[in-house]
Design a protein around this ligand. Sequence first.
Ligand SMILES: [Zn+2]
Length: 305
Amino acid sequence: MKVSYSALLPLAVCATALTLSSCNDSKTATAAETSSPTREVMSGTAAVAAEEDSAAANTAAPDPASIPASKIADAATITARPQVPILCYHQIRDWRPRDSKGAKDYIVPVDAFKKQIQMLADSGYHTVLPDQLYAYLATGAPLPAKPIMLTFDDTDLDQFTVARPELEKHGFKAVYFVMTVSLGRPNYMSKAQVKQLSDEGNVIGSHTWDHHNVKKYQGQDWVTQIEKPTKTLEEITGKDIKYFAYPFGLWNPEAIPQLKQRGMVAAFVLAEKRDPQDPLFTIRRIIASGYWSPRTLHNSIVQSF
Ligand SMILES: [Zn+2]
């Protein structure tokens, strides 16, 4: 497959996808807010942070491969479980004059990011990782109080240099969906940085080789976009790569058996509906917009999941 220049600039293409489809939730909630106190504590629905010492808050979760098929719930049961909020971030950096209006949904300024993460911590959220989410969805295993998953797409360097230390302050872990074509390029993470994230207890997932739309794959594309990148990431991390995020959040039913065949146990879309047949391969996320105050983010979390 030929690599187009635009494929190396996922931000630009992502922004196109946003206007085309999927991210209606984030779109409607994007209206900029003026009032944003430095620290906002959002009281959630049921759970309280006091439970944080409970065993459920432990990040240990079984490997999905160790869960017997007989223990895995049917699609209707999985779909009926309350969704865990999942946020999707791309670039964490201050806006530049040339950033388009649409791109700013994907570029969260550093201070806005810090305030968003601080709000999550102050509100008692606990980050969970994909094995925990899988065990919860598949078997009903307990999760910590106020669970949330933080995901970072596209391998941008500022995810390592800016987001990582910020998450560390709060003991938060995250999932990094890596596009392997970018590894080691300027402004993208290196293999060593990806390994470090993995070693520090974060999860590395696959986001294809060069961000082409999964709906268009044929034949060898599955090897180029899924098989080889998965192997690369497994070599880098020394761990199995089991989770996948569809570029632009775009998927089709034909992709799911292809992903399963190549070792994936769950896959992540954006804000559109889940597949009633296979909710584990269409787990929803919302893009945490660069326009959002902590309060807007909180409202979006509550309304979208
Ligand atoms: Zn992407």
